[in-house]
Design a protein around this ligand. Sequence first.
Ligand code: HEM
Length: 410
Amino acid sequence: MSRESGRVFNRFESPNLENPYPLYQRIRQEAPVFFDESLNLWIVSRHQDARTVLMDPEAFRSADCLQNPIPPPPEVLAVFMEGYPRLPSLVDDDPPGHTRVRTLVSKACAPQRFTAMEPDIRALASSLLDAFARDGQGDLVKRFTYPLPAMVVGGFMGVPVEDMDRLKHWAEELTRLSAGALTLERQVECARSFVAFQRYLAALVESRRKVPKKDLVSALIAARHGDYEPLSDLELIALLQTLLFAGHETTTNLLGNMLVLLLREPERWSALRAEPGLIPKVIEESLRLDAPVQGMMRTASREVELAGARIPAGARVFVLFASANRDEAVFAEPERFEPHRSDVSKHLAFGQGIHYCIGAQLAKLEARVALELLGERLPNLRLLPEQDFDYLPNFMHRGPRRLLAAWDPV
Ligand code: HEM
């Protein structure tokens, strides 16, 4: 497919917004690597090509991958200037900077740190359920899948529970800012939230430098490796922001997408309740079939040929994980929900290569605990009929914003 193909990635037009998968299937078949002129973006949709991009971080850079294509107005920039300079952090950084920070973070995020969180996650999820199990019906996103990951990732980092509401508010404001379509006044308010968020994190780092605790912030401050400079305060602020963002909406969307898949076909939910041992497989298959992170951006550092297309140096490239996960060249009957498939681990829902998700283990642990508890505590959980799940028009994230369900009150 040439640069001049005229093809557009009309992802937000109905019905693609609610169900983008037929669109992905079409582009995989007709134009696996194509340039959308209106978005100034190359779209990569097949599994093999997605892997080629992800495994070559020298040719496909991550710096600027979170950059909003439309620069903020001067009033908003002026507010940002009152805060700390925003350093790139892991997801939007490249080697050698990325290698150093990732090595130090990996020291602080040992797998045992995640495993040890299971009792706390269970207690948090139970307390959320206690608050609404008797209602008999409600919005599972509002009551459960939205608050749980924020509380878990906050607890993981060492943010006191009483501060979580403030942090969640700031994080929401930032998501709104990046989604666009706000009045200037609202944009300025959102930018103020960004600065408030940075100041909060700076104070948290300072207090842990003085008195370390057994939390991630203290572990990140203490992380050392060979000749690497330890993480500076500015790096820690940027890193904590990245972790909070990367660990919140993504996991909310995993829980939401998984519940839609399971409850839309009630026999899937009954099968899972009869055999809870299937839960880990169901989580992997949900990640494959409806990826919470649909894709990520890269920038070509030089001209690259990919599947017959010539991607020029400097071009922005969007790697569609969610399409790669349904590539018929890799997965048999890819549209089918099949938790027993043996090759499910080939999915790219957590990326691949040097940027592979650092929180994958935590996200899967949360999902397992959530499914176990929902099965135990909300017998006969079912979707209310004829509802729309209200998906946000967002290239990167996908998940229902509303999930109206009913259950036998307990
Ligand atoms: C279901 C939930 C999650 C999904 C689907 C997800 C997905 C991803 C993906 C696709 C990437 C790769 C980005 C790229 O290649 O550019 C990534 C990276 C990352 N994720 Fe996750 N994530 C999830 C949960 C979490 C959690 C809970 C945390 C933290 C506690 C986290 C922290 C990160 C970080 C720090 C990176 C950047 C790693 C790097 O660039 O080296 N994620 N995630």
